[in-house]
Design a protein around this ligand. Sequence first.
Ligand code: ATP
Length: 366
Amino acid sequence: MVSKGSDQPNTRLVDLELQQISKRFGNLEVISGLSLDVYKGELCCLLGPSGCGKTTTLKIIAGFLEPDTGTVSLAGREITRLPPQRRNVGMVFQNYALFPHLNVFDNVAYGLRRRKWPKDKIKPQVAETLRLVRLSGYEERRIHELSGGQQQRIALARALIIEPKLLLLDEPLSNLDARLRADMRDEIRRIQRTLDITTVYVTHDQEEAMSIADRIVVMNSGLIEQIGSPRKIYEQPATQFVADFIGRVNFLRGQIAEGAFQLLGKRFPTSQNKWPEGTEFVCAIRPERVRMEEANPSLLCATVQDATYFGPVVRYRVVLDSDGTELSIEVPSPQAVHEPGERIGLDLQFEDMHLFRYSGNRKWGK
Ligand code: ATP
């Protein structure tokens, strides 16, 4: 099998396959013809704003919801109508969903007991799984005696002990503080790689997705906007939505005139133009791609409004002299020498711009 709409080589084995999935709740179409291939051993993040259909998609994969149309296949076998307990899928939820009245051992052993494993096999399997999540020796602890991070490790152990073919994680780190989130993120990645388990991870946090995913599926209103590696999604956004949702970006409006891109009173001649004369477009440019120079008549002139220090970078807000357009610029701190009130020149390079036809949406290109 080969993949649909991805930047991966065709040689990788597709493990999970969603084909033309749609789902309605009443009049609301929450998922609209979604197709996705996830490769064997890959960690794929579903990323998008609240309400875009991430959890619904995950529930369809897990079998808690049936799609109205479309199919779900795992390892080449269609499982669309198979009940969750027969899919061999491990699931971890945001709220851990542990049994508070059971100790760690019984929580982790739960899936094996349901599958009627013999007692003498359960003990070593629990010990092995607790070792994997680095909680050996915690068997007798009660759930309320564990920290949030430890509870999430137990939830992970409980999902993994059945040796699932597929691991599904729904916002697993949302209840943890920032430091612990970063640690647990690395921990999930380590375990996922150790087991080489195909994983679908739902998050609305782009930093989390960027740091953990092999590929990110950016969703918007029940549709896929783009599938790609974190780098591809950041550096080559396929749509304005993706450019806006992932990282910081400046949007500028321009027009095709005399066969060239005209932007902020400058002309960018290029052979890449395929749009007719008069086409309005939006240019997206990342703050770190706008170069600040000494003011000079050949450059766009602007005035620094303010500078905010973030440690590794300084973020400037500058306003163009010509039409008052505001831009955000990020400069590595050691090179950030400009002060508020200073006049500067801006150097915009065509190769740093992402160009989209102007759709009439003023949010993306005023
Ligand atoms: P979040 O990041 O906030 O969890 P999400 O992307 O996971 O959002 P979903 O939980 O998939 O979004 O929900 C998508 C849409 O479907 C939302 O508008 C939600 O209100 C609606 N929805 C989800 N489940 C049901 C349900 N059982 N009945 C009716 N509407 C639902």
